[in-house]
Design a protein around this ligand. Structure first.
Ligand SMILES: N[C@@H](CCC(=O)N[C@@H](CS)C(=O)NCC(=O)O)C(=O)O
Length: 241
């Protein structure tokens, strides 16, 4: 049995949902309310000690890190495969996942101001202190402190936007060599990037996903959205219309 602790708009959760849907795996979903800090509760920290979502429980055993979860699912449920069939492309796939993970902060700068900042900025100093104490990582304590008290500036957003556009440049180059990001097959590398491209397209730099700016990325994005698993994974708009 598979149980997924996730949130509909969380990028890392979206990756795992895409993977599960590509494989046609049924799962029980538990939505974690980040605004209520449910992911820092003692019960949740037993499942994911990093205090972030998603987490997957397979037959009673917990797993975390979306990239790791996707690789695990691909090993345990190999059909249809979501990894390349050769070692070189598999290495390239892992480097894509790593590269995307390193850029999550640039997405936080855009994502958290919508919902989480609105909650955090209302906390009193004592409430803020109490929340920060429960956050396991220094990096995320800093992110919560920023949205609560010193929201990211326009200059920081411009820097983050540039880093996210660089991701598209890198994809454009890769797609000039291979059909998908890590070879001839749709893989976990493509899945890792989907939630980023979704956010870039809908808010951060929509013009950059257009064929005039990154033609191969635009074609890749159209192909991604046409996949039945994309609809089943509910990769909807991040911001309510
Ligand atoms: N590297 C982790 C990143 C997970 C992550 O950053 N999750 C976000 C949602 S996309 C989260 O839980 N944010 C809430 C917080 O940091 O307090 C993974 O891929 O699973």
């Amino acid at each position: 049995m598979l149980v997924l602790h996730h949130a509909w708009r969380s990028s890392a959760s979206r990756r795992v949902r895409l993977c599960l849907e590509e494989k046609g795996l049924a799962y029980e979903g538990h939505v974690v309310d980040l605004a209520k800090m449910e992911h820092h509760s003692p019960e949740y920290l037993k499942i994911n000690p990093n205090g972030v979502i998603p987490a997957l429980i397979h037959d009673g055993r917990p797993l975390y890190e979306s990239g790791t979860i996707c690789e695990y699912l691909d090993e345990v449920f190999p059909d249809p495969p979501l990894s390349p069939d050769n070692a070189y492309d598999r290495a390239a796939m892992r480097n894509w996942v790593r590269h995307v993970d390193e850029r999550i902060h640039n997405l936080i700068i855009f994502n958290w101001r919508h919902d989480l900042q609105k909650v955090a900025e209302k906390w009193t100093d004592a409430e803020l202190e109490a929340h920060l104490e429960k956050i396991p990582s220094k990096e995320r304590r800093e992110a919560w402190l920023r949205v609560a008290r010193r929201p990211y500036t326009e200059e920081e957003r411009a820097g983050a936007r540039a880093k996210l556009v660089e991701l598209l440049d890198r994809m454009e180059a890769a797609l000039g060599k291979t059909a998908w990001l890590a070879g001839s097959r749709y893989t976990i590398a493509d899945i890792a990037v989907v939630p980023f491209v979704k956010r870039i397209e809908e808010e951060i730099a929509p013009d950059q996903v257009a064929p005039s700016a990154h033609p191969r990325v635009a074609g890749w994005w159209a192909a991604i959205q046409a996949r039945p698993a994309f609809a089943r994974a509910s990769i909807g708009p991040f911001v309510d219309p």
